[in-house]
Design a protein around this ligand. Structure first.
Ligand SMILES: [Zn+2]
Length: 101
């Protein structure tokens, strides 16, 4: 089941769909964190957190639950690796487990 965004006070959590969107923009459209943040009207911190979260999930269990739930083509490690041929960015993505900025 899709997890929808929730409002907690003034802070809005990121839905599964939006998480998938962040990852997709980052890989597909090759948008950097700052541009992605602008596009989705989110802070770069949020974008960064979700990329990190996604990477950690892939690294830990081989798939990302929010991406899987939102039907993303980048939900599993093998899907990510398959798309590696399309550009080096996915590879870069897979190796950015310790992004600091
Ligand atoms: Zn993900």
């Amino acid at each position: 089941m899709l997890k929808e965004a929730e409002y907690r006070g003034t802070f809005q959590t990121v839905s599964d769909k939006e998480h998938g969107e962040i990852i997709k923009l980052y890989i597909d459209k090759r948008l950097g964190i700052k541009k992605g943040a602008k596009r989705l009207n989110r802070s770069s911190k949020t974008i960064h957190e979700h990329i990190k979260k996604h990477n950690m999930a892939i690294d830990r269990s081989g798939f990302c639950a929010p991406c899987k739930r939102s039907g993303s083509q980048y939900a599993t490690k093998s899907q990510l690796e398959k798309n590696k041929k399309r550009g080096s960015l996915v590879f870069l993505f897979l190796s950015t487990l310790n992004v600091d900025k």
